[in-house]
Design a protein around this ligand. Sequence first.
Ligand code: PGA
Length: 238
Amino acid sequence: MKKRYLIAANWKMHPAPLVLRRDASPSPYHPRSDVDVVVFPSLLDVRECIQAQIITGAQYACAKECGAHTGDVCMSQIAAAGCTYVLCGHSERRKDHDETNDDIALQVISALEHNLHPMLCIGETEEEREAGKAKDVVAAQLSTIPLESNITIAYEPVWAIGTGKTASPEQAEEMHKYIRSLLPEDTRESTRILYGGSMKPENAKELLEQPNIDGGLIGGASLKPEQFAEIVRIATEL
Ligand code: PGA
C-alpha cells in the first residue's frame, strides 16, 4: 500500500515566513490531497495560520488545566484556538525547560483528552549514541507514553537538529524499525514515525523512501518556502 506521508514544519521561535503575510494561498504550507502538511508556528502566529486554513499545531502546551500558571497555555486553549496538533517533548524543550519523560507523558495524555493529536519527539544525544545507548534512551522516552493511542512519533536525533548533520538513511531506518517494534500490535503499523534533524531537499528522498519513515519534522528548511515546497513535492512522488 502506498504510504501517506506527513510533512511538518516546526518554525520554532521564528517569525512565520513572509509568504503567509502575502495571502499566498495555496502556499507550500496549505493542505493538499496527496500528502498531509502540518505547521507548528510560534503561539503568536497560530491564529494567523488557522485563519489561512493551514493545519496548525502548537509547539508546546501545558498538561495542567486552565488556572493560575503565568506564562503558560493549556491544551484546551490551543484546541479552542483551532489547533489540531501539539508537539510534545521536543528536545529543545527537554533541554531548555528540563522536561522529563513523565512530564511529557502528562502532556500527551492531556492532549488526547482535549482531542488534539500529539506529535511526540524522541531522540538521543551525540554522547548517548557514542556510548552505544541510543536505543535504550529512545526506549526509555517511549516507556511512559500511552502508545496504544493515536499519536505520531518524530525520531529526532539531537545531534542532527539544526546542525546540518543528518542521520544516514540506514541509521534512521534502523532506529525507526526499532521504535516500531516497541509499539503495541494494535498501533504498530498505523502509527506514523517521522524523521527530524536537518532534513532538506538534498536528503529528503533517501530518508523518506526508507520503509519505516513516514514523513519529516522540519525546522530550518521549513522556514524557506521553496525548500519546504520541494520536500513536499518529493513526498508526493514517492
Ligand atoms: P532542523 O530541526 O530541521 O532545523 O534540524 C528539526 C526540529 O527540531 O524539529
